[in-house]
Design a protein around this ligand. Structure first.
Ligand code: GLN
Length: 484
């Protein structure tokens, strides 16, 4: 059952081949057996999951089920879940139980999906390796000596190891796409505003976007309609109607124009990754896709601009953790100043502190114009690059990440090397565009991610091309050894 696609699970549930309780128990047992090696879960909600599954079975019997009713999933621990610890993998929120559900959680619950638990991640979603978690690092199921990517590394490891059929993630600079790539999954970062951010713990609000992680584009297309759409509680959520993504999956891709940004295939790109992307490109060419080289001239500025904008927003968003209202509070504070200082010093990890300091610096009166304002101008240039590209092509194709999964500890001493993991994903967030990753052929026993980027609200087109690729190849079906 753990190898079934979401559509196959739905069919099995509808036909009474298995119940949601049986299915849920099966995944809970797999988590119990395999997760100690991976550390993908921060919290497992066994009793609540079985109760939700029982309710889903009643809906199925009453003929009131939707396409996702009774199917289990895991939520990244950045989404608030009513009555369940929501930690963001930080000591700061280790004891925090959310009083309400995030919109994404609420909608998937209403669709009848069953929450198995909450997944591990980089602290406050700051990282590319899931090593900064207060609960310890997540391991990659393909090789437990390697990282699963981050920040949604727990979600990626859980789905890759078949401990959950699907999971939610969030992507501020690559955190859905890069871990999905490093674990051999399909993952979608929707257009900014497509999915409500309400109840999703804020990192950099102008970049943060939630989305689905699963094993195929078809699975993503089933999940997205249940997550997306206007939400009056998030003023940046879009009123754009949510299309029928599954209906678009099989459209013909003949004649589709796809651009290859020259800047994404230069130095810094691992040779194994490049060869794998080229193999996937040739398959797409065989389907009638027309490729041409394009330029995104400001690509090199994306990472530097992001590391001004994202820390600036994070320093502001994380000011709320003051030891007073909720979250960690230090022992026996001497006075208010001591309470703030020690609560934040003791509960935030090194990377979070580094970002808060950078952000506070770039926003300070004397440096605002030189850094923050400049970065915002670069952000506009990057969006303009994409606008010009989409006047010539329908979609953009490239690698998701410059390397395959790296070893635990390999990049922790050098933050800048770690930041470069997102060199191909970050510009997409700065521009607010949708980006999708799907597995390309494996290289040296490790997964490689192929990235597709579309114009605003073109998620359907991304899923369509990815699905056509997955109909003719089996790269997305590979299972990590020991988890099949
Ligand atoms: N790795 C990037 C960072 O550390 C992006 C993280 C994310 O998308 N949440 O900020």
């Amino acid at each position: 059952m753990h190898q079934f696609s979401l559509a196959r699970l739905a069919a099995g549930l509808a036909a009474g081949e298995f119940s949601s309780r049986e299915l849920t128990a099966h995944f809970l047992d797999r988590i119990e057996r395999h997760d100690p090696r991976l550390n993908a879960f921060v919290t497992v909600t066994r009793d609540a999951a079985l109760a939700q599954a029982g309710a889903a079975d009643a809906r199925l019997r009453a003929g009131e089920a939707g396409p996702l009713t009774g199917i289990p999933l895991a939520h990244k621990d950045i989404f608030c879940t009513e009555g369940v610890r929501t930690s963001c993998a930080s000591r700061m929120l280790d004891g925090f139980t959310a009083p309400y559900d995030a919109t994404v959680v609420e909608r998937l619950k209403a669709a009848g999906m069953v929450m198995l638990g909450k997944t591990n991640m980089d602290e406050f979603a700051m990282g590319s390796s899931s090593e900064t978690s207060w609960y310890g690092p997540v391991k990659n199921p393909w090789d437990p000596a390697r990282v699963p990517g981050g920040s949604s590394g727990g979600s990626a490891a859980a789905v890759a190891a078949r401990l959950a059929p699907a999971a939610t993630g969030t992507d501020t600079g690559g955190s859905i796409r890069q871990p999905a790539a490093l674990c051999g999954l399909s993952g979608l970062k929707p257009t900014y505003g497509r999915v409500s951010r309400w109840g999703m713990i804020a990192f950099a609000s102008s970049l943060d976007q939630g989305g689905p992680m699963a094993r195929s584009a078809e699975d993503l297309a089933l999940l997205l309609p249940a997550m997306a759409g206007f939400d009056e509680r998030d003023s940046t959520s879009s009123p754009e109607p949510v299309p029928d993504y599954p209906a678009q999956l099989d459209e013909d891709v003949k004649g589709l124009r796809v651009g290859l940004p020259r800047e994404w295939f230069r130095e810094g790109l691992d040779a194994g990754v490049a060869a794998s992307i080229e193999e996937a490109r040739r398959v797409l060419e065989g389907l009638g896709v027309v490729f041409r080289d394009i330029d995104l001239p400001n690509s090199a500025l994306a990472v530097p601009a992001y590391y001004v904008v994202a820390p600036a927003e994070c320093s502001s968003n994380l000011a709320r953790y003051d030891g007073v209202r909720y979250g960690y509070r230090c022992e026996a504070p001497r006075d208010l100043e001591d309470l703030y200082r020690r609560s934040r010093s003791e509960a935030f990890g090194a990377e979070v502190k580094r970002r808060i300091m950078m952000g506070t610096y770039v926003l300070s009166a004397g440096y605002y114009d030189a850094y923050y304002l400049k970065a915002q101008k670069i952000r506009r240039l990057i969006a303009d690059d994409f606008r010009a590209a989409f006047a010539e092509v329908d979609l953009i194709l490239g690698p998701t990440s410059p390397t395959r999964a790296f070893r635990l500890g390999e990049k922790t001493a050098d933050p800048v090397t770690m930041y470069l993991s997102d060199i191909y994903t970050i510009a997409v967030n700065l521009a607010g565009l949708p980006g999708l990753t799907v597995p390309a052929p494996m290289a040296g026993g490790l997964p490689v991610g192929l990235q597709l980027v579309g114009d605003y609200f073109q998620e359907g087109r991304l899923l369509n091309l990815a699905h056509r690729l997955q109909r003719t190849t089996d790269w997305h079906l590979a299972t990590p050894p020991g988890f099949d």
